[in-house]
Design a protein. Sequence first.
Length: 444
Amino acid sequence: MGKEKRLSRRRYLQGTAAAGAVAFAGCAEDEEIDDGNGDGNGDAGTDDDTGNGDGDGEELEIVHWWTAGGEEQALNALLDGYQEEYPDYEIEDNPAPGGAGAAIDAAIQTRVIDEDPPSTFQIWPGEALRPYTDAGALEPVGDLWEDDAHDAYVEGVVDAASPEGDIVSVPINIHRLNNVFYNVEVVEDAGIDVDAIDSPEDLVDAFATAEDAGYVGLAQQTQEPWGILQFWEVIFTGQHGADTYQEFLDGNAADLEEEIYESLALVADSQEYFNEDAGTVAWDEANADVITGDAAFHHNGDWAAGEYQAADDFEYGEDWEYMAVPGTEDVYTLVMDSFVMPTNNPSPEATEAFINYCSTIDAQERFNPHKGSIPPRTDVPTDEFPPFLQDQMADFEASETQVTSISHGSGLEPALASEVEEEFAVFTDNWDPDETTENLVAIF
């Protein structure tokens, strides 16, 4: 699709944006948008479609929540690469941190309603995009991706970037959620054979064995509900398969009462082996117990590995290791970030260029090693990545199925995800699988 055709579409969308904004405002009033929690050298710009300087004086305003540590370094590396490729565009870095993404969501929601969006903003792909697509607030961007990128993105990632058919975002990174990390010395001292853990039930038995040996079985936080929600998601997938988990995401909870109950009951059983302060610590504080040797296991996305890599004398393959949640070895549970192109765009050519650049090997090779994530493109060289992330890249390429996560914004439409999370907040207080099963079915 050429630039002239795209700009014609933009003018059309500008004419219809008021109606979309009204719909979006209704959504904001009735169902406050919620994030669901937490949290090489491409030829970008070598054709006329991406501008590459034609929009002299345009300023790219980028809204994001990456303001510290490796996340900030990753963003700076990305923006440096963009400006090297497109030196005529200025950048307005406009962070909106806080609330695991809730702050940015509120800010963007208001600006979209007012038809005054930024050039682009960070958002989880998948169902988190749907309130914006329903309101006609995002432009299709598939034609802006570098040509080679379409073949280098796997189907599950492309599906998440296009919840209603058209690609409306460009994923820049992937975290894997279905990991279990462990302290090698602790599990050996407890007599646990990790290779013999074949099912989620075996995993909980391993927690019990570690507890019997004087260690915390699973270092976990229950202070915020997303921690147990994400644990339940991967346990459910391990017990019943990715297809059944997808059925749950598709709204068929009423047909899955037995499966939901079984997984909730196993999670409830596992809480006996949590650290005693699980209800008062953050995830990284719980994860520190693995580093100090007080705990055997920790479940989390691969961002948890950043804590190990930053620790002194705690080496991957020697002091710590990981495995997929048993039963999910061929599954990659996706937690992604992406960028979009809002309608009524204040800097269309600079934004088109940015979307194109984010799809390139160069952008993803710069960004992901700092972020502690892997690139969505499967053709990015591994040389600049640490061994753990190289292994995650190999797992991703070998995965047969990619599924999205409720707890990190992509699996369910935001209002529905918020209701599910609220139910897990209750579950982490009463640990009642019967009541929680009944309420989850009722939500759908």
